[in-house]
Design a protein around this ligand. Sequence first.
Ligand SMILES: [Zn+2]
Length: 308
Amino acid sequence: MSTILFTHPACIDHDPGSMHPENPSRLKAVLAALEADEFADLERREAPRVDIKDVERVHKPFYVEEILEKVPATGHVHLDPDTAMSPGSGEAIRRAAGAVCAAVDAVVGGEADNAFCAVRPPGHHAESQRAMGFCLFNNVAVAAARARAVHGLARVGIVDFDVHHGNGTENIFGREPSVFYASSHQSPCYPGTGAEYDHGIGNMVNVELYPGTGSDGFRQGWSSHILPALRKFAPDLLIISAGFDAHAYDPLAQLRLVEDDYTWVTGELKAVAADCCDGRLVSSLEGGYDLDALGASVTAHVRVLTGS
Ligand SMILES: [Zn+2]
């Protein structure tokens, strides 16, 4: 299997403020982990700047304009109590969304089997016209919309193992039958959406995990609910919202996953992609706030993607 890593130094320059959990050290930890010898053959590409037309497929044009206009020349601008921008944020969000678009192009174009986008800020809480939960542009949604509009794919599957429900992705695609979205997440937890009875228009699967849930409950939720539904949907491309904050050491939530769970779920998803869409898979970083656990979990995830 060939895997491409998309990233950009500008994604380090988005700084929501000192003591913020979603800080530049996260991406530094991820990139340091991917410098290990085992990833020497990983092809590395610089993420391009996103074409704003790609962003406007999923976000209202007035929202995109407002976000970019609010990027401060100095200091910070708060968009909600936990979502802020610094002078580097405008370039970071353009490169993060550009990374996933380039990844879709490369994977659908047959340049690689799959891709991992090491980017920040994360995106899955960003709704069509609202920034929230550290997220500004919904990166995976931008990627899915590009796959449909530019590459003509009929069905795109998005799966999300971040510990938080991707309310933004649900908001954008909840009534879109060509996109399937499935999430496992801690409940109760931020942002409070993602009830198991919420199925969108039959294109959504939510698995709620009680605080304290570990490997068994996580794997059962995926095996019993998400993976069968994803196979039934039969995506032409699989996109992963890869958040690693369900790890036992993560400070923002109370699930008890370990690195091996990310190995397992990535393997299962890779198998679905192999069966449904010639292995076409694009993964993009979402949360993960314990730096050591994040580095180790990304290592486990990308190790499976590369097949090494
Ligand atoms: Zn999260």
